[in-house]
Write a protein that binds this ligand. Structure first.
Ligand code: ZN
Length: 253
């Protein structure tokens, strides 16, 4: 058993070259998105072409949102409307949306100005919302999902996603936090953010980690001028397929 992860975006918040950091996990129920950045439909199409694995936005069953920065949620309106319109013809289900309490509490505040249909709509018209609680595992499309709050500009969480003995770690946006890395380190592959900012994790901090840990980290949320030569940690590419297994790790480029 493994977890198949297709990387959709690898960029930082202000990249003009890459999509916002996000991925799709293929589950028996459909596609589980981790975050939902700008241009999500085009990003999914591009990842489909590169990976050879079709990512149909109508097959999104679940969306896990780490936090409310635009490079992680700006695509929600698009997915929300696309599936809502299809439901008017009876052709789609309502995607589940999972996030920690502070994100759930303010999400509609962000979406309502463009989605409230003159006051007659609510968030539940577009998404079935489930609140993630740190320390309490959730079952999302058959995957065991744990979350942990990170240290960022706004409330954010990292994730451990397990299935069949395999675990994917996902840092979420965070400043360098050894405790968070320790929590993630039990995973078979750890997707960790990097950017040169006090609210993100500079690459020099990740370079200071032990070699056996660096070996299972994959980099995401990279700035456009990121210099790959300064690290031996492998950066992710858009459309890359990660097959996360419990014992043997492989990456298909
Ligand atoms: Zn952020």
């Amino acid at each position: 058993m493994s977890i198949r992860v297709i990387i959709i975006g690898t960029g930082s918040a202000i990249s003009d070259r890459a999509y916002g950091s996000s991925a799709a996990i293929l589950s028996g129920d459909g596609i589980v998105l981790i975050d939902c950045p700008d241009s999500i439909l085009r990003a999914m199409r591009d990842a489909s072409v590169t990976s050879g694995i079709r990512l149909d936005p109508m097959s999104i069953s679940d969306i896990v949102i780490t936090h409310l920065h635009g490079d992680h949620v700006n695509g929600l309106e698009t997915i929300g409307w696309k599936q809502w319109i299809a439901r008017q013809g009876g052709n789609a289900t309502r995607p589940n949306l999972h996030a920690i309490r502070p994100v759930v509490d303010r999400l509609w505040e962000r979406l309502a100005p463009s989605m409230d249909q003159n006051g007659s709509a609510v968030l539940a018209d577009y998404f079935s919302v489930n609140t993630l609680v740190p320390g309490v595992p959730a079952n999302i499309a058959g995957l065991r999902v744990e979350c942990r709050s990170t240290e960022h500009l706004i409330p954010c969480c990292g994730l451990r996603i397990s299935s069949g003995g395999a675990t994917l770690g996902w840092s979420g946006d965070t400043r360098f936090d050894p405790e968070h890395i320790d929590w993630l380190s039990s995973a078979d592959i750890v997707v960790h953010e990097t950017s040169e900012s006090r609210v993100h994790t500079p690459i020099a901090c990740l370079n200071s980690l032990p070699p056996e840990l660096r070996q299972k980290i994959r980099l995401i949320h990279m700035e456009d001028n990121f210099n790959q030569a300064v690290t031996d940690i492998v950066p992710l590419t858009e459309g890359e397929v990660l097959d996360v297994t419990g014992s043997v790790r492989s990456s298909i480029d």
